[in-house]
Design a protein around this ligand. Structure first.
Ligand code: APR
Length: 329
């Protein structure tokens, strides 16, 4: 577990496996929010040491006192409470997340085996894509209970959905709740019926704004499409990699909920056990996050159309997992 200070207060330890674009932002956010000591592992020689040195040299300016260190040795994962995995390659323009399967599966398997060896009590948050398959593989490689292996996707997809709704309604995004469930891919399920601004249904407000139900639906359809393609939109603009600020923030929110035992209700990729009629597959759902990881799955009531979209998304995840198994993983 994290380091014992002289005062007797235990400092949590957050390990990051992958110190690239997302890993770097995660390290800085964890330090700035005083979540605990951070160790960043990467296979690239010297890079995690350089990146963390750069981050810690701002500690005087940003007023944080936690340790932030870099390593190329898996042994330094020892004692980690939470491990965030971003190891792997990001997509380039024209690629889907699923195109990353073969290369990232090999990486995530190795990472999982090392986590099992060096940090057998950790809670693991996977960010590497294709997300749902990589979380599945991580649980297999670590052998950890499903409650201690989860994936980041829904927090970001829901934040993207909320952002576009807030722009359309010209309200603060802080007051918008817009859940997205399902797999982290083109089949994800933005739940329009549940989207609200402090309790007031979004569609009701669109209809009031446009005084035309058809137009309101058209606007929402465009927002749903943009949400589903939001990662791709960023990839096309960046040209050299994929989104990293927003995935980093989203993963840190999940880590914080776990480390501070907040019991936050967040959309995360977790293993279903009969919910929505699905068993044994990792997919995006609403869950309570606390010190034990995924403490409870909250099953939302879906109407026929929503359930059909969810089932379609689960089928896409199943196909990906089968493809992965076809690779012998
Ligand atoms: N162990 C640890 N790190 C590894 C390994 C490994 N076996 N193999 C590769 N890496 C590291 C790379 O050295 C690199 O620093 O993973 C890092 C990935 O960083 P980036 O290429 O910058 O990718 P990033 O944008 O951070 O995205 C990482 O998250 O959202 C997903 O699709 C994205 O799969 C991608 C992952």
């Amino acid at each position: 577990m994290g380091e014992e200070q002289k005062s007797g207060i235990r400092v949590p330890k957050i390990a990051l496996v992958g110190g690239g674009q997302i890993g770097g932002v995660i390290a800085q956010l964890c330090a700035n929010r005083n979540l605990g000591d951070v160790v960043m592992f990467d296979v690239a020689p010297d890079m995690p040491q350089g990146k963390t040195l750069d981050i810690i040299e701002a500690s005087r300016v940003d007023n944080f006192s936690g340790k932030v260190t870099g390593t190329n040795d898996y042994k330094d994962l020892e004692g980690a409470d939470v491990i965030i995995v971003t190891a792997g390659v990001p997509r380039k323009p024209g690629m889907s997340r699923d195109d990353l399967l073969t290369i990232n599966a090999g990486i995530v398997k190795t990472v999982g085996e090392n986590i099992k060896q060096y940090a057998p009590n950790a809670i693991v948050i996977v960010v590497s894509n294709p997300l749902d398959a990589m979380v599945t593989l991580m649980q297999k490689a670590t052998g950890f209970p499903a409650s201690r292996v989860l994936g980041q996707a829904g927090v970001l997809d829901s934040s993207r959905f909320a952002t576009f709704i807030a722009w359309e309604l010209e309200v603060s995004v802080k007051d918008v709740n817009a859940p997205v469930l399902g797999g982290h891919g083109d089949t994800m399920v933005p739940l329009v019926r549940y989207a609200n601004v402090n309790g007031v249904p979004v569609m009701e407000q669109f209809e009031r704004k446009y005084k035309n139900a058809f137009k309101a639906k058209e606007v929402m359809d465009a927002i749903v499409a943009r949400t589903r393609d939001a990662g791709g939109e960023v990839v096309r603009l960046l040209k050299t990699g994929s989104a990293f600020y927003s995935p980093a923030s989203s993963a840190v929110q999940m880590a914080e909920a776990i480390l501070r035992d907040e019991k936050r209700v967040l959309p995360v990729c977790a293993k279903l056990n009969g919910e929505y009629g699905v068993s044994g597959y990792y997919v995006g759902i609403m869950a309570v996050l606390g010190k034990n990881g995924v403490e409870r799955i909250i099953e939302m009531q879906l109407n026929e159309e929503e359930q059909a979209m969810f089932t379609n998304s689960v089928n896409a995840v199943k196909k990906l997992v089968e493809d992965m198994q076809g690779l012998g993983l």
